[in-house]
Design a protein. Structure first.
Length: 576
């Protein structure tokens, strides 16, 4: 609700943690309530709640007795969505370790930066990625290395054919020399015979170092406590109370669990609810993804807008049965009206858009399922305060726009070993500056105008890329687009539009005319570049930073960017 000065919203005064003290308490209670229910599924095989509890205990016992790891040490998980992930996650947490979620596709140099910064001492890695680890292992503090193969959590009749295919047909596992590496399956087997004594863990103890995506600079380790993550779980759970039913939900989880949005929603929240989570290992293979969806009468779907759009473009997707689908959750990037409408027309289920960041565990606001306001990021979740401030730190009244600040139990402890960066965004009263420009309407709904650091200044006028991208993406021939500011000697900055088109005949003049009919003059892109593909992060975000940095590099090397003619189509921009 809005407070008396109409500038701050607060949806609750306090938060009931329901007796939870640590993240492992969530699994323990779910196992008591739903021991025989399926917790996670992958490649058509299942892991039940009592099995997850036992295997995570075995994993923890091995770490406790057979390694040098101690409570508080950092433990990295470098895995895609596999049944091994929840076992390793809860096992490491049971042992009192601090989780460092790691993108399996990181390069060796990216791994080295993250592992060195976090001083990681233990690691579980997929065998396919071992060559990257081998290249930097001797430069890290890692002394417990566990290697797992794609099918290690599957029954033998499925594991052997998959292992043979990956190793000998696809040759996806490189030759590596890691003599100290432990085998995942042997670790679990040895752990079965060992006792386990749960260490003392407090709610305020560090549970995770969640490294930011690095799209706005070098990644920083966000320090999230058990309390931070539990708070966000309970906050979101309360909003879905009238929509979901404990023990009866089936969720499709295509986003990697190492991403904080998927970790909280697709892993922790679903475990608390006793739901079945269907892990999709490779969602980029859309035909195979759709084929997998035929197996399940799913009730919940989480994803990003590009994934929703890609599925809706797949003809076979339209033949699936969506009668049980009652909740679709979108986060991580702005949801366009076109994608939301396509999804609802195809599935009959509206998309609930939320907003958050790693620093807030991650969710700050969400559209209530029964009161969706398309184009907004919804209302602040329970026990969360928000306010908008201008460049001088003065609160902005309703109707204006300013930097969004947030306070609540889900707000991080700070950045790992970076007190100056922490002080820059987190004040002594617990208010976190998000770096996003937002507005609040009279009903308390928030709308993101844009990233503060992405605002383009054209001759003194602020131009917000999200606004332009929303307009351009509505063009029927545009599949993907992004807007960045580029140096301009006369205006300070000029607007450059990158786009991917399904129509080879579409040209620069047509796009600019389309914008001219919908935007004021200073918002019209002065430069337009067609590409076969835009760079995306592993979770689907367009990497605006890479494009902007390339433009500034060209400028400072003496070659100012020029408008690309409509006859030129550049080669795809591939990412790692």
């Amino acid at each position: 609700m809005l407070t008396r000065d109409d500038t701050v919203t607060s949806s609750a005064e306090s938060l009931d943690f329901e007796g939870y003290n640590t993240l492992t308490d969530v699994l323990d209670r779910a196992c008591q309530r739903f021991p025989e229910h399926i917790a996670f599924s992958n490649f058509g095989c299942h892991l039940r709640y009592h099995e997850l509890a036992q295997r995570s205990r075995d994993f923890a016992a091995y770490l406790q007795h057979c390694t040098s790891l101690k409570p508080g040490d950092r433990f990295a998980i470098q895995l895609p969505n596999l049944l091994q992930y929840p076992v390793v996650l809860f096992g490491a947490l049971r042992a009192g370790l601090v989780i460092v979620n790691t993108n399996p596709l990181y390069t060796s140099s990216e791994l080295l930066r993250q592992y060195s910064d976090a001083k990681v001492k233990g690691l579980v890695v997929l065998a396919n990625m071992t060559s990257k680890v081998e290249a930097i292992l001797d430069q890290t503090d890692i002394d417990t290395l566990i290697v797992t193969e794609l099918g290690d959590a599957l029954p033998i009749w499925k594991r052997w054919p998959m292992s043979a295919s990956v190793r000998y047909l696809k040759r996806s596992i490189p030759d590596y020399q890691l003599p100290t590496a432990l085998d995942y399956r042997q670790v679990l087997q040895r752990g079965q015979a060992l006792s386990f004594v749960a260490p003392a863990i407090a709610a305020q103890d560090l549970a995770m170092l969640q490294y930011t995506g690095g799209t706005t600079g070098l990644a920083k380790g966000v320090m999230l406590s058990h309390r931070n993550l539990l708070a966000n779980l309970i906050q979101v759970k309360s909003l879905l109370h009238g929509v979901t039913e404990p023990g009866r939900e089936v969720m499709i989880a295509p986003l990697p669990l190492y991403h904080i949005y998927s970790f909280t929603v697709s892993c922790m929240l679903m475990v608390e609810m006793g739901a079945q989570v269907v892990l999709i290992t490779n969602p980029e293979d859309i035909p195979a993804f759709v084929h997998e969806l035929r197996r399940w009468n799913f009730t919940i779907f989480s994803g990003l807008p590009p994934l929703f759009a890609a599925l809706c473009r797949q003809p076979d997707f339209h033949y699936l049965k969506f009668r049980r689908l009652k909740l679709t959750i979108s986060g991580g990037m702005a949801l366009t009206a076109e994608v939301a409408e396509q999804w609802q027309q195809t599935t009959g289920c509206a998309v609930v858009e939320g907003y958050g960041m790693s620093e807030t565990s991650p969710i700050i606001s969400i559209n209530p399922p029964d009161a969706i306001k398309l184009g907004s990021i919804g209302l602040p979740i329970p026990a969360t305060e928000v306010r908008l401030i201008d460049d001088d730190g003065v609160t902005v009244p309703v109707g204006g726009s300013g930097e969004l600040c947030v306070r609540g139990a889900q707000v991080m402890q700070g950045y790992w070993n970076q007190p100056q960066e922490t002080a820059r965004v987190l004040d002594v009263d617990g208010w976190l500056r998000t770096g996003d420009i937002a507005s609040i309407d009279a009903q308390g709904y928030l709308t993101i105008v844009d990233r503060k650091k992405d605002v383009i200044n054209v001759s003194g006028f602020n131009v917000y890329p999200n606004e332009l991208e929303s307009v351009v993406s509505a063009h029927p021939d545009v599949e993907d687009c992004v807007v960045v500011g580029v140096p301009d000697p006369e205006q300070g900055e000029a607007i450059k539009l990158y786009l991917v088109s399904s129509n080879a005949e579409l040209n620069v003049q047509q796009i600019r005319q389309y914008c001219r009919e919908r935007l004021t003059a200073y918002k019209i892109p002065s430069q337009v570049e067609f590409r076969a593909e835009l760079p995306h992060s592993p979770v689907g975000k367009v990497l605006r930073r890479k494009l902007r940095e390339a433009e500034y590099a060209k400028w400072f090397s003496g070659g100012a960017a020029a408008v690309v003619s409509d006859s030129v189509k550049q080669a795809p921009f591939f990412i790692d």
